[in-house]
Design a protein around this ligand. Structure first.
Ligand code: CDP
Length: 201
């Protein structure tokens, strides 16, 4: 039996942390769909045509610490406006979502476009400042050379590009539960997400 949890939201909202915790709790598989766009963006930065990259992604494309950095994030949100690129990544995401045993996918358009029939939809958000603080702590903790101001600018720029694009814009699905984590600890946010999923199972 498949059971799909869609977790969407703006940059650095905590989708990844919540998704991982939820997947571990219920024994579901987890796909961070942002990594697919980041992988395409990174190959574009290396000089490849983004569509050709999207059509030929392999496991090795999802490795490397630079994949999580702000330069690749910006490139990801630039390739993510291109409808053909989104289409090239769709089948893989949908197949993952319908696997037996349950799946959690996090991204921007999971509840709206990739899995409109998902069993549970969450839209995780927080203020840009809180998100930038969390992402700054994460990236500087990994040894990346970033500043808080730079991370905040990246978050704001990507949010605007992701929300304003014509193809699969970032927006909460009408039937998504909005989880604002600005004033919630990560443990409290995870507990809320688990409670919502339990109620739907
Ligand atoms: O981790 P963070 O929230 O900062 O970003 P991400 O989830 O890794 O996504 C990187 C970029 O990929 C986003 O800014 C979006 O432009 C794009 N993306 C998308 O368009 N659709 C998705 N389902 C996931 C990511």
């Amino acid at each position: 039996m498949s059971f799909t949890v869609a977790i969407d939201g703006p940059a650095a909202a905590g989708k990844g942390t919540i998704s991982k915790a939820v997947a571990a709790h219920f024994g579901f598989a987890h796909l961070d769909t942002g990594l697919l766009y980041r992988a395409v963006g990174r190959r574009m930065l290396r000089g490849e045509l983004p569509l050709a990259a999207a059509q030929s992604l392999g496991a090795g494309d999802l490795e490397g610490d630079d994949l999580r950095g702000p330069d690749v994030a910006q490139a990801a949100s630039k390739v993510a406006v291109i409808p053909d690129i989104r289409a090239a990544l769709m089948d893989f995401q949908r197949a993952f979502a319908s696997r037996a045993g349950g799946a959690v996918l996090d991204g921007r358009d999971i509840g709206t476009v990739i899995c409109p029939g998902a069993d549970v939809k969450l839209f995780v958000t927080a203020s840009p400042e809180v998100r930038a603080e969390r992402r700054f702590a994460e990236l500087s903790g990994k040894g990346l050379d970033v500043s808080y101001e730079g991370v905040l600018a990246d978050v704001r720029e990507r949010d605007a590009r992701d929300a304003d694009r014509a193809a699969a814009p970032m927006v909460a699905a009408g039937d998504a539960m909005v989880l604002d984590t600005s004033e919630l600890s990560i443990e409290a946010a995870v507990a809320r997400a688990i409670a919502v999923i339990k109620a739907a199972r």
